[in-house]
Ligand binder design. Structure first.
Ligand code: UT7
Length: 381
């Protein structure tokens, strides 16, 4: 995981909008969130998390076959954030694309990578959830700007003979609620009265109908986890940890009630990071691992919900594939060298392209000069 250093507390927010630490804490459980600095972006946070994930997996970037970045705040519409990260990593054998499923994006992306591996088309995938939500917030809207934060988390998935891994997934969508939680782009302003319009919400900014999304979230979490458990053939009693999307502590408590389990079964760090959309599940997973709450053989459930509307639940049996592999000599140092070479390669490729573009532009000018010289010669004669 990678989060920006700058912390924005509830007290800091009191100076920006009419709110209070007391309201935010009791209504959401959030105390503080991280804000991307001027030189930080979705790609830079995603890249940091990706490098750490490769380090943990003890793999080299050239061993990755596919990179998926789940994000609602991509660097561009295209090129994808995934392609930018692929280039910086030097993952020269990987395909790369962004996936748009809002706060459910990470679970969707893990399922896409899992199915590609199971089908045999690829052997490994890097799945990243990365967001700079604070760049799309309306800082005058106190009902949304207090909720979100920036960050990224990443995992590496790999084909393995060890039993376990992703056991089941349930992916769902209800587009009729699209305008309840949205970030319209420039073009959608023209669609105000069309079937696909977003009710004229301003482009480039996030809009949310909080209470409707709250009701939707509390309904789908329990429902989809139960469906994923059924598919995996296990019971809720077998699950040792649920890692939900971190939107609101009250949503997590309501989900615990609907599943008739203790709230402690749910991992929660919303207090420190707020809602980081597609990044929240991998960030929470990383912290759960750091807190020793995840052990090989454990059954885990992930559940995401948000814009689309979309929701997704997944059951995983945690396996550590590294144990089955031989030790790799000087792997961290070799990874550092490969990152340096990747940046060198990217710069050389860029310089070569600029040079060839320049010579292409100069050549016709030289042709014009020659034609002019011929004309002058003719006049002389
Ligand atoms: O990541 C995608 C998924 N997102 C979610 O799951 C978010 C789901 N929604 C929520 O978490 C909650 O609905 C919110 C935290 C957004 C809002 O909590 P709520 O308990 O549903 O509050 P509300 O919108 O019903 O508003 C209650 C009152 C209103 O005042 P009145 O009309 O009762 O006088 C709001 O104006 O609280 C007021 N309010 C605030 N007051 C102080 C709304 N935002 C604030 C604020 N500070 N920041």
């Amino acid at each position: 995981m990678a989060v920006p250093e700058t912390v924005l507390t509830n007290r800091d927010l009191e100076a920006i909008v009419e709110t209070s630490d007391e309201w935010i804490s009791t209504r959401t459980g959030i105390k503080e969130r991280r804000i991307a600095g001027e030189r930080e972006s979705t790609a830079s946070l995603g890249l940091k998390a990706a490098r750490k994930a490769l380090g943990v997996a003890n793999m080299f970037p050239t061993e990755i076959d596919l990179i998926i970045v789940a994000t609602s705040t991509p660097e561009n519409i295209f090129p994808s954030t995934a392609s930018l990260i692929q280039n910086s990593l030097g993952a020269t054998r990987a395909g790369a694309f962004d996936l748009s499923a809002a706060c459910s994006g990470f679970v969707y992306a893990v399922e896409m990578a899992t199915q590609s591996i199971k089908a045999g088309g690829i052997r490994s995938a890097l799945v990243i959830g990365a967001e700079t939500m604070t760049r799309v917030l309306d800082w005058q809207d106190r009902s949304t700007c207090i909720l979100f934060g920036d960050g990224a988390g990443a995992v590496v998935l790999k084909a393995s003979d060890i039993e376990g891994g992703v056991l089941s997934a349930v992916l769902r969508s209800d587009g009729s609620g699209g305008d309840l939680l949205c970030i319209p782009t420039v073009g959608s302003g023209d669609l105000r009265n069309s079937e696909f319009g977003m009710n004229g919400h301003a482009p480039g900014k996030m809009y949310m109908n909080g209470s409707e999304v709250f009701k939707f979230a509390t309904r789908v979490i329990g429902e989809s986890i139960n469906q994923a458990l059924d598919k995996a053939g296990i019971d809720i009693e077998d699950v040792s940890l649920i890692v939900p999307h971190q939107a609101n502590l009250r949503i997590i408590q309501a989900a615990a009630r609907s599943l008739k389990v203790e709230p402690e079964l749910f991992m929660s760090n919303v207090e420190r990071y707020g809602n980081t959309s597609a990044a929240s599940i991998p960030i929470a997973l990383c912290e759960a691992i750091a807190q020793d709450r995840v052990k090989p053989g454990d059954y885990l459930a992930f559940v995401g919900f948000g814009g689309g509307l979309t929701w997704a639940a997944m059951v995983v049996q945690w396996v550590d594939t590294r144990k089955a592999e031989s030790i790799r000599v000087l792997a961290p140092q070799r990874r550092q060298v490969s990152y340096f070479l990747a940046s060198l390669r990217a710069n050389v490729l860029k310089a070569t392209r600029t040079l060839s573009d320049l010579t292409r532009r100069i050549r016709p000018r030289r042709g014009r000069m020659l034609r002019l010289r011929d004309k002058v010669n003719q006049l002389d004669q």
